[in-house]
Design a protein around this ligand. Structure first.
Ligand code: ISJ
Length: 102
């Protein structure tokens, strides 16, 4: 005899961890907004990467270096002022995406 695994359908409450249908509905809607925001954030990061690459290529073509630490300090400060210490970590990851590892 062969055993078959049936596709499991999760209820909205199982998917969200909520204990009531009302909370599950609210969470489902809010998660859709988060997914849409994440898509926009990813698109903005990709746009930033492209602009950053233009700057880096222009500087390298002119005989300069890829990285400019003074400017990176300004970027880090901007994120730290807006978001606190985790903002610095976020900016460091973003800089790595934009100019690679140093
Ligand atoms: C984009 C630049 O080049 C590099 C990338 C940076 C960035 O992505 O923000 C910042 C400084 C440089 O290391 C720049 O100098 O502005």
């Amino acid at each position: 005899m062969t055993t078959q695994t049936q596709p499991q359908t999760q209820t909205a409450t199982e998917k969200t961890g909520a204990r009531t249908d009302e909370a599950a509905t609210l969470i489902g809607g809010a998660r859709e907004r988060i997914d849409a925001l994440d898509d926009r954030i990813i698109g903005l990061i990709q746009e930033r990467m492209a602009v950053s690459a233009v700057i880096q290529e222009a500087r390298i073509s002119s005989g300069g270096r890829r990285v400019n630490l003074a400017r990176e300090m300004e970027v880090l400060g901007h994120y730290r002022d807006a978001l606190g210490k985790p903002g610095t970590a976020l900016a460091m990851t973003m800089l790595e995406l934009c100019r690679g590892r140093i």
